[in-house]
Design a protein around this ligand. Structure first.
Ligand code: 4AZ
Length: 261
């Protein structure tokens, strides 16, 4: 969506997601507004590595994860059309409406060179901050850690995204846990749009708990380490359509090269 602002891109994506969810939801299943969708409120004190990715006005449009004092992992699709002068990273700010915490400018944006669109994979980016964040980073998986995705493993998601498909963002940071889904099951949901090498799915078969619009770029944590990046899905929290996350083990080497550069 070249030419659109980040907020407009987000709104367009939300409308698409809402339309998909409307088709998938049972007519009577009007979900109450929930977290991320279906979780609980939390704080950046509890998750100090949880970063807001914002525009120059500090309006949040994606999440990110602090993996070293000056490096933040996020989604490639969050960074399309952005420049080092158009984005900020905000740490230590639990509320979107807050003015506290630490705002960092960005001196470098690495977008996976093969990234084209979320349904083709490679949805990973690394930001270099101009000034270090005074918050504790979190570790990330290495390429040999592929067992973390074993079906049914509990994963944690975090974000300020919409609390229902097509709904409003959450002023307060939210978190939820979701089980990882087998690759075969995810292939059953999404067909060839599920690129097994680059993606992992997580969610309950009945739906109800999920990431949603605005959570993109934020962490999927497994065993206390960054193992995925919120990427895409058809709608949010719909039965049979789990959230899709970047399979970080596939990109560990490239991420490490950026983090260590
Ligand atoms: C989005 O548009 C988005 N339910 C993020 C996560 C999911 C769907 C859409 C997964 O940012």
């Amino acid at each position: 969506m070249p030419g659109l602002t980040r907020a407009r891109k987000a709104a367009a994506a939300a409308a698409t997601a809402a339309a998909a969810a409307a088709l998938l939801a049972a007519p009577s299943a009007a979900a109450a507004p929930q977290p991320v969708v279906g979780g609980t409120t939390t704080t950046t004190s509890a998750y100090p590595f949880m970063m807001q990715i914002t525009d120059a006005s500090q309006d949040q449009f994606c999440g990110g994860t602090l993996v070293s004092p000056t490096k933040v992992v996020t989604a490639a699709h969050c960074m399309v059309g952005e420049t080092t002068s158009s984005v900020r990273v905000v740490g230590g700010r639990t509320y979107l409406s807050g003015t506290n915490g630490t705002v960092a400018r960005v001196s470098g944006i690495w977008i996976h060179p093969d990234y084209r669109r979320v349904t083709r994979g490679d949805d990973v980016a690394v930001l270099t901050l101009s000034t270090p964040m005074p918050y504790t980073p979190v570790g990330y998986v290495s390429s040999s850690d592929t067992s973390v995705y074993a079906a049914g493993t509990t994963a944690r998601v975090l974000g300020w995204g919409t609390t229902s498909s097509g709904g409003s963002s959450s002023d307060q940071l939210r978190t939820a846990t979701v089980p990882t889904v087998s690759d075969a099951s995810c292939r059953g949901s999404y067909g060839s749009r599920f690129v097994q090498s680059d993606m992992v799915c997580a969610g309950y078969s009945a739906g109800g708990v999920d990431t949603c619009q605005g959570d993109s770029g934020g962490p999927l944590l497994i065993g206390g380490r960054l193992a995925g990046i919120t990427s895409w899905g058809d709608g949010c929290a719909a039965a049979g359509y789990p959230g899709v996350y970047t399979r970080l083990t596939t990109f560990s080497g490239q991420v490490a090269a950026q983090v260590d550069s």
